[in-house]
Design a binder for this molecule. Structure first.
Ligand SMILES: Nc1nc2c(ncn2[C@@H]2O[C@H](COP(=O)(O)OP(=O)(O)OP(=O)(O)O)[C@@H](O)[C@H]2O)c(=O)[nH]1
Ligand SMILES: [Mg+2]
Length: 313
């Protein structure tokens, strides 16, 4: 089954791609082998993260961005990750409807990843799915995610470019600026430009960037858009493409890949060591004893650590 899907994948069949993604998503034991097989095919394709509060128009804008890139004959893949709302089981259908104009396009691939309540490893899985999309050969890979939690920040850390999307109204802008999105944004978009307060929000963002930027290496783009009408979208797409190009020219993609690979290896090693450590049933017993002793005041957690890490003779 995996062999057949890989065969399809390498022949450019999106059904094969979709099947492999499902295996990765479900923690299939063959996941390692899949990554092993596709790894040499990766081309370091530009990964662009879209993040921002719920309902600001990320999907609407993304659809317009895809349409613009398709005009330039570029192929596009989108991963929609929804870690914050395990209750929106309808995510997949929702995105199909929201991006309906591009859903059936041959050069477009859209995939939703709903976490269904389990947040563990969603950022790692998103990265592996992006690796698959990269190896498949898309020209651009987009990742849409809602909110500003640690999971989203982890997901955004696996993108080359992070686009923060805000909209005027309901105090969203100010809240988000406070919540740490300011630090991760490479491009800022104020969508719903038809609404009152859009220009003020643009100014507020520009002002905040100026205050925070110690050494302005390059000007951070702040763009006003109207997702529904498509206004501002071509400026936005040019901004994305230009930033992709300049990052590539400056060698940022390679340095970033090095950092990602280092982080990935450390993560894998740490997980394996932890698993091996706790698999040893002795350790669990010792832990239980230690907890009792700590609670009764016999030892401290530091002493417990020493006891747990002591090698058996
Ligand atoms: N007024 C106005 N509404 C817009 C604009 N762009 C998008 N919307 C509307 O905003 C609503 C939310 O749009 P989505 O694209 O689903 O927003 P999202 O950020 O992807 O939402 P989640 O994925 O649920 O977080 C929809 O009803 C859109 O039609 C715009 O420029 N102006
Ligand atoms: Mg959306």
């Amino acid at each position: 089954m995996v062999e057949l899907s890989l065969e399809k994948f390498f022949s450019g069949d999106k059904v094969g791609l979709a099947k492999l993604i499902t295996l990765i998503e479900n923690d299939d034991p063959k996941a390692d082998e899949i990554i092993h097989r596709i790894y040499p095919e990766m081309k370091n394709t530009c990964r662009i993260g879209f993040t921002g509060p719920p309902g600001v128009g990320k999907s609407t804008l993304l659809e317009k961005v895809i349409m613009e890139l398709r005009k330039k004959k570029k192929t596009v893949a989108v991963v929609v990750v929804d870690p914050t709302s395990p209750f929106t089981g309808g995510a997949i259908l929702g995105d199909r409807i929201r991006m309906s104009k591009v859903y059936l396009d041959e050069g477009v691939f859209i995939r939703s990843m709903a976490s269904r309540g389990s947040l563990g490893g969603i950022a790692d899985k998103t990265k592996s799915v992006c690796d698959l999309l990269d190896a498949f050969g898309f020209d651009y890979i987009f990742i849409e995610t809602v909110g500003v939690g640690q999971v989203e920040i982890d997901i955004m850390n696996a993108s080359h470019i992070t686009v923060v999307i805000l909209a005027p109204g309901a105090g969203d802008g100010i809240q988000t600026l406070k919540a740490g999105l300011m630090e991760i944004g490479d491009i800022f978009v104020v969508n719903k430009g038809d609404r009152d307060g859009a220009d003020q929000l643009v100014n507020l963002i520009r002002y905040t960037i100026e205050l925070k930027q110690e050494k302005p290496q390059q000007e951070t783009l702040v763009i006003k858009t109207m997702g529904r009408k498509g206004e501002g979208v071509s400026e936005f797409v040019n901004g994305i493409c230009n930033l992709c190009m300049s990052l590539e020219e400056r060698g940022t993609f390679s340095t970033q890949k090095e950092a990602w690979v280092r982080k990935e290896i450390s993560g894998l090693v740490e997980r394996e060591i932890l698993e091996r450590f706790w698999k040893n049933s002795d350790k669990k017993l010792i832990l239980k004893e230690c907890i009792k002793d700590i609670i009764s005041g016999k030892i401290t957690p530091f002493e417990a650590k020493k006891i747990l890490l002591k090698k058996k003779r």
